[in-house]
Each structure stands twice: as C-alpha cells, then as structure tokens.
Design a protein around this ligand. Structure first.
Ligand SMILES: [Zn+2]
Length: 145
C-alpha cells in the first residue's frame, strides 16, 4: 500500500471514529449536531461553512444512507426469498431512510474532512500564528500516530 493510500486510510479511520483526521485528537463536537470550528489538538479548521464543504458532507451522508438501505433491503430480500416481507421492507426502508442521515450526521462531517484537510487550504486559512504553524507542521509531516 502506498504512503498516500495508507495516509488516506488512516485519516478516514480517524474521521469515522469522530476524531480529527489530521492529528487524531478527540473532543471535536460541542453537541451531536455541532462540530467545533477548529480541532483542539492541531487547529485544523473543521467547520468551514463553505458551500462545497457543506454539499460534500451532505452528499457523503446521503450516499451512506442509501447504501445502508440497499444493503438491508437486499439482505432481507435474499434471506427471505421467495416470500419476502414486502410491508416490512416498505415501511422499514422508509424508517431507515429517515433515521440513517441523522445517525450518520457526525460521521459525515468528520468523514468528509480528510478529503478537504489534505489540501493546503487547511493550513493557509488558520488565523492564529501558533495554530497556523501547528497546522502547517501537521500537513507537512503527515499523520502522527
Ligand atoms: Zn487535529
């Protein structure tokens, strides 16, 4: 596995554990629906408020919700064939599609961060010189374990 793939996998793993994709610090969330503006460990901007970031995180969330629906639907369909519970699939699928985006919301916010935190944008948009230097060091040295 190349270094970049390993780095991307590590960043995604950390993000899916709701930790900072860059440094692995926790405590990124003020509440279930409110992510902090910056990582308390390295200063990486987490909430950018940019339309592309918001749309990307929402798209990531919807894709996961639809894939989970498809997996459950096909799993139940194949497990119960030739007489699948159509009513359960209909209403269960509806409930799943309503609940999954809410359950996956924090993961979509941190999960979309690795793709955006790889860019120099994260370092160049830091406002504090101390945080700015830490963010640049984190981006320059890659992921620290
Ligand atoms: Zn961090």
């Amino acid at each position: 596995m190349s270094v970049n793939l390993r780095r991307a996998a590590a960043m995604m793993g950390r993000a899916l554990l709701l930790r900072c994709p860059s440094c692995g610090s926790g405590g990124l969330w003020d509440s279930y629906f409110r992510i902090r503006t910056r990582c308390p460990g390295c200063g990486l901007r987490l909430e950018r408020g940019e339309p592309g970031y918001i749309v990307g995180a929402a798209t990531f969330n919807i894709i996961v919700a639809e894939l989970s629906f498809m997996a459950v639907f096909l799993g139940v369909l194949f497990a119960t064939w030739p007489s699948p519970p159509w009513k359960l699939l209909q209403w269960g699928g509806l409930a799943l599609m309503a609940v999954m985006p809410v359950l996956f919301y924090p993961f979509s916010k941190t999960g979309f961060s690795p793709s955006t935190s790889c860019s120099a944008h994260a370092a160049t948009t830091a406002t504090s010189p101390r945080i700015d230097a830490r963010a640049r060091r984190g981006l320059a040295s890659g992921i620290r374990d």
